[in-house]
Design a protein around this ligand. Structure first.
Ligand SMILES: CC(=O)SCCNC(=O)CCNC(=O)[C@H](O)C(C)(C)COP(=O)(O)OP(=O)(O)OC[C@H]1O[C@@H](n2cnc3c(N)ncnc32)[C@H](O)[C@@H]1OP(=O)(O)O
Ligand SMILES: O=C([O-])CC(=O)C(=O)O
Length: 372
């Protein structure tokens, strides 16, 4: 048996959703740079689910469906109020809430394509409301109900704060959502596909995916980046802090990638946004520190920043609590997970690799009373 640790380089499926070829990322063949510049998140959701950009009517229809399905059951809100709120991470709350939400979906167990598509709309619509409601409840505030007249990006920021975001914040948040929407067979998407390949239901697949995204080697890195920036505190401290970490063989969060060799094409967009937004909020030091960290890590280790690195200072500049950074990643990636889940169902085969056994062999069973 040949063991490929971490399944590096293993091609486990075909897919028509997104591609990473020669460090270029596309969604259904559209370069991420064009989508980041021009597309709304709603257009990207349509693209990932239908493999074509929507025309005007198709986009209006999806936008309307997302707006009409954004309310969440009162039971989810009441459930949040029962959590030990001072110790629950929002990703744990989100993971639990999505699973809980499935209990109130009459079609949760239905396995036909139409029902699964309707569930996709409901999940994409409700995840923003869930994250925003949890954030408010843990602060002792009442949730703000979703508005049907706002874009997906603006509606989330509105539900979080109770105030309509300004156009700069809406544009930045929309771009961040577009950039995070899908990424081929990343760990959380693979998790979702493994789960539903047993013919388990959509809610189970998404719950599993959220669990995988939570870890700091994957989506959790964006929160960890902000923790690092906060710990460093000033530009003068960057050099010593980063060199100490590297000397101790510790990883620098937000750097490196399993697939990209010369850099993550999403990072440059987030870097530009970070520069603009940190200046606007009068906190340019977050950007300056990030640039300095990038210089040191790139020259010492040859590792460029990934999507999580500059997104940290972008979300911070939008006034978002640091432990909501990964749930926000999940709001966007929900679109990709659902596209992959639907694709998996279309042409399913159980995903079941092998393990090379390296433990002891030919052991002799000893009765309990004779064991040392
Ligand atoms: C949305 C996303 O999921 S993007 C990724 C988000 N995760 C992070 O930013 C966490 C930090 N980065 C990492 O841990 C890794 O680069 C990963 C998990 C992204 C990719 O991991 P892998 O492909 O398995 O690479 P692996 O962890 O084996 O690293 C290879 C070598 O580069 C080093 N390395 C990789 N990333 C880093 C890093 N961020 N800082 C320092 N060294 C690193 C490793 O220490 C290792 O060195 P060695 O060969 O001397 O032991
Ligand atoms: O593809 C990966 O391994 C991780 C990643 O960048 C993502 O999920 O966006």
């Amino acid at each position: 048996m040949t063991v490929t640790r971490g399944l590096e380089g293993v091609v486990a499926t075909t897919s028509t959703i997104s591609s990473i070829i020669d460090d270029t990322l596309t969604y259904v063949g559209y370069n991420i740079d064009d989508l980041a510049e021009h597309a709304t998140f709603e257009e990207v959701v349509y693209l990932l689910w239908h493999r074509k950009l929507p025309n005007k009517e198709e986009l209006e229809m999806l936008t309307k469906q997302l707006a009409e399905n954004a309310d969440i059951p009162q039971q989810v809100i009441d459930h949040f109020k029962m959590y030990p709120l001072d110790q629950v991470h929002p990703m744990a709350a989100l993971r639990t809430a999505i699973s809980f939400l499935g209990l109130y979906d009459e079609e949760a167990e239905a396995m036909n394509l139409e029902a699964n598509y309707r569930k996709a709309i409901r999940l994409q619509a409700k995840i923003s409301t869930i994250v925003a409601a949890f954030s408010r409840i843990r602060k002792g505030l009442e949730p703000v109900p979703p508005r049907k007249d706002l874009s997906f990006a603006a509606n989330f920021l509105y539900m979080l704060t109770g105030k309509e975001p300004d156009p700069i914040a809406e544009e930045a948040f929309n771009k961040a959502l577009v950039l995070h929407a899908d990424h081929e067979l990343n760990a959380s998407t693979f998790t979702a596909r493994v789960c539903v390949a047993t013919l388990s239901d959509v809610y189970s697949g998404i719950t599993a995916a959220i669990g995988a995204l939570k870890g700091p080697l994957h989506g959790g890195a964006n929160e960890a980046v902000m923790k690092m920036l906060t710990e460093i505190g000033t530009l003068e401290n960057v050099e010593t802090y980063i060199h100490n970490k590297l000397n101790n063989k510790e990883k620098i969060m937000g750097f490196g990638h399993r697939v990209y060799r010369h850099g993550d094409p999403r990072a440059k967009h987030l870097k530009k946004m970070s520069e603009k937004l940190t200046k606007l909020t009068g906190e340019p030091h977050w950007y300056d520190m990030s640039v300095k960290i990038e210089e040191i890590v790139t020259s010492a280790k040859g590792l460029p920043p990934n999507v999580d690195f500059y997104s940290a200072s972008v979300y911070h500049s939008l006034g978002i609590d640091h432990d909501l950074f990964t749930p926000i990643f999940a709001i966007s990636r929900m679109s990709g997970w659902l596209a992959h889940i639907l694709e998996q169902y279309e042409n399913n085969r159980l995903i079941r690799p092998r393990a090379e056994y390296t433990g002891p062999m030919r052991q002799v069973y000893v009765p309990l009373e004779e064991r040392a």
